[in-house]
Design a binder for this molecule. Sequence first.
Ligand SMILES: [Zn+2]
Length: 328
Amino acid sequence: MEIFKGLIGNEEIKSSLGRAILDKRFSHAYIIEGAYGTGKHTIARLASASILCKNKGGKALPCGICDTCQKILSDNCTDVRFFDAFKIDDVRKIKENLYDSATECEYKIYILNDVQKMNIKAQNALLISLEEPPPHVLFFLLTTDSSYLVETIRSRAQILRTKPLDKDTIFNYVRKNCKTSLSDEALCELIVASSGSLGYVLDMLDEKKSQALLKDRERTISLISAYLNDNAESISTIASLFSLQRDKLKELLQLCLVAIRDLAVTKKHRGASLCFFSSLDDALSVASKHSLQKILGLYEAIERALLELDANVSVSNTLVSILIKKGK
Ligand SMILES: [Zn+2]
């Protein structure tokens, strides 16, 4: 039987949680930990539908077609409650009817998103519900970082960690399932910027957002080239960025650091995985023209520039100072 039909990647979770659900030996609380957009909510939703599906004898779980599956998968089931930005008031709401039986399903399931944002008071209040939940209640706590949770919560739940997806998996998923006018090259750039987060890529398919991101990547490359090439064109490239807001320049410089890191590792190991450039050829086309020392000098200059921006040096002076101090 196919379990967690529709879940992309995350094979380990698919098999461990899937097996527990098939054997009806699941824990009453799970922490699903992973970066933004790596499928935490999808896993919790599919697990809930698999547990509550009315059609368990079929080829796949959840079946996706019974009433219960349809309600859960569209976030419309009264017995599967989703709480975003979880607060102490929400803990009270959960506690008020924790012991009531489910309305239409065998279990009541609570999916709490971003639990790392809960303060200690709210965490302790939630702990009481987690310590001795009624047998028909199940919790999924979703978080980008479980170390923000008190140890007493972590020890009462099973921790599952989502994994970033590889570039090809995301590329094929988008081409098969999404309508987008992005070229293959632009889509690859978007995927590289996502660090393996399908959710991020789907969000960025919005034309305005993707154009902004691609523009930032273009500016990053031109900024790096301007400094490394050090010719007359460099001055005009740098001058064109004088009107940027301080925060925007910081964002760009952070992106430069990621790209420069790619250039540096490309010089050392051709097989290293890249975080900014979408292909080794792209990285090599820049890296091969400059010495490692020069590339690392620029890295240091940009780190210093970020400190200067924090110390309120103006955007234009910061940009000029990188040009003057680079490689020193
Ligand atoms: Zn079903």
